[in-house]
Ligand binder design. Structure first.
Ligand code: MN
Length: 325
């Protein structure tokens, strides 16, 4: 079993533009010795926008809520819409609106400009808005890759049933955004081994997740309360699991095969609350795991490179009109 190292949460929310009210649950710039980039690698940053109600925006056409044109370089941004709708447009021609359960996976690579707004339809109607944005690092070999945009609609995501360990009954499901669940492959193409599973538990029971023992592992609890490895965790918290047990990066092929197959388990137990027997609150979770890239990170604002020299050059390029070239 992969043990829990720490349960994080209770961060003050802040606005990103005027559209996204988020808690930054981790950031590669953090220097907490017990929870820094080494513990989240290959993930750089997690912004969680818990459900927030927006009134109808009378200027939804001319002044949509969100963030206007801005650059990114050297990594990927992954946005998951839980409620509400997000529109995106970028300098590489990517454009789409994602709705509840959809995901957009933008590879900034050598440089992209994009804007992120509430969709016109959501701006007009208003309502509950909830999302996650993750920054996923690119290894040096792919940092300057061509920009790319993947829209992953809910119906594109493979759905697997989560079954009770005792009686085999389905107690929930997981949408495999990226990675691999037993033999089911996730919808997104990724540059390094990553699992990203959008999980819902809706009926009482216990189930086991298997994660590679070479991955960093994080689990965001978005709604409800459950036991994770017998420890109670409630909505709004991020579970940091113990460091990978296999950290040998200089392995031969035979060992690599063994490592790829070796996994740790995480036990999820969901019990209906006794006062609400017939209408339990479903539990919603986001599991993130990834093989650490293990390279130096030099990041500032929207750019994440390997060295300070590359970072300085990126700022120079941006100021002189050579960004992304
Ligand atoms: Mn952005």
């Amino acid at each position: 079993m992969r043990s829990i190292k720490h349960i994080h949460g209770d961060k003050a929310p802040h606005w990103v533009g005027d559209g996204f009210y988020v808690k930054t649950l981790f950031n590669h710039l953090d220097n907490d010795p017990y929870f820094n980039h080494r513990h989240t690698d290959p993930f750089l940053l997690l912004d969680y926008g818990q459900p927030t109600n927006f009134a109808s925006n009378p200027n939804f056409e001319t002044q949509p809520h969100g963030v206007g044109q801005h650059p990114h370089k050297g990594f990927e941004t992954v946005t998951i819409a839980y409620s509400g709708e997000i529109s995106h447009a970028d300098s590489a021609g990517g454009y789409d609106v994602i709705q509840q359960g959809d995901v957009q996976w933008m590879t900034a690579g050598r440089g992209i400009m994009h804007e992120e707004f509430h969709s016109p339809a959501f701006g007009q109607s208003g309502g509950d808005f909830s999302m996650v944005q993750l920054w996923v690092n690119l290894p040096s070999a792919h940092k300057l890759t061509d920009p790319k945009y993947q829209t992953l609609k809910r119906h594109d995501l493979p759905i697997v049933n989560l079954t009770d360990s005792e009686n085999g009954r389905a107690i929930g499901k997981a949408a495999i955004i990226a990675g691999e669940w037993q033999s089911t492959m996730g919808a997104a193409s990724t540059f390094t081994p990553i699992n990203m599973w959008d999980i819902e538990l809706n009926s009482a029971g216990s189930t086991t997740l298997q994660v590679p023992n070479s991955h960093n592992v994080l689990l965001l609890v978005q709604e409800g309360t459950l036991l994770i490895n017998a420890t109670p965790v409630s909505a709004g918290h991020l579970v940091q699991f113990a460091a990978p047990t296999d950290t040998d990066s200089d392995i031969n092929f035979t060992n690599a095969q063994a490592v790829a197959q070796a996994s740790d388990s995480i036990e999820l137990t969901y019990t209906k609350s006794s006062d609400d027997e017939h209408a339990p609150t479903p539990v919603k979770l986001l599991l993130l795991s990834g093989e650490p890239i293990g390279e130096p990170v030099a990041g500032y604002g929207p750019f994440v490179m390997n060295t300070q020299a590359e970072l300085k050059q990126t700022f120079r390029d941006y100021q002189t009109g050579n960004f992304g070239k």
